[in-house]
Design a protein around this ligand. Structure first.
Ligand code: GDP
Ligand code: MG
Length: 167
């Protein structure tokens, strides 16, 4: 499945450790996923296939370069997000409810706002009811609707997928 032949492409973007890879793995779970890593250090990406409500789509997990490292440069994030905007039809902008809005989140938000692609703001690690309320702070980023999910236990992912394939 070379990237050039994919259609209905969803890219998951966001700063390190928000749970992009965990969400990716959940989306392609139990599918005939063909996952491969592209060569190169800063452009490593995972590509997989998923299906929801009978609609097939490809998913890109971005930011593989940060695996096992806290030393992440804003410039690298910027490159990843710009590449994702080019490649994808819809962007899933993932943030972490536990950290609130960080400076790096604001940077990613700014890049996505300037891009011409639809971006859905998804608040991850909403594992309990209290965090459902805490997640509301992300409305401030101005992306309209927000989605509250737990990539670990799967809550909220059905609603996200309904709207994802609708786009
Ligand atoms: P990435 O750097 O954005 O790809 O983030 P990862 O998918 O590697 O996840 C970073 C850490 O967050 C890991 O320890 C995950 O297990 C954890 N994580 C991911 N999703 C959730 C979630 O929904 N709830 C909780 N509590 N932890 C999560
Ligand atoms: Mg990752």
């Amino acid at each position: 499945m070379p990237p050039g032949t994919m259609s209905n492409i969803v890219a998951i973007v966001g700063r390190p450790n928000v749970g992009k890879s965990t969400l990716f793995n959940r989306l392609i779970e139990k599918r005939d996923a063909i996952v491969h890593e592209t060569s190169g250090v800063t452009r490593d990406r995972h590509y997989g296939k998923s299906i929801w409500n009978g609609i097939e789509f490809s998913v890109i997990d971005t930011g593989g370069y940060v695996e096992g490292s806290d030393d992440v440069f804003e410039e690298e994030i910027r490159k990843q997000v710009l590449l994702a905007i080019e490649e994808a039809d819809v962007l899933v902008f993932l943030v972490d409810v536990r950290d609130g809005i960080t400076e790096m989140d604001k940077t990613v938000a700014g890049i996505l706002r300037k891009g011409s692609k639809k971006a859905m703001l998804v608040v991850n690690k909403v594992d309990n009811n209290m965090q459902q309320y805490e997640a509301d702070v992300f409305y401030k980023l101005g992306f309209g609707d927000i989605y509250k999910i737990s990539s670990i236990n799967g809550s909220g992912t059905g609603e996200l997928l309904d709207d994802l394939v609708a786009n």
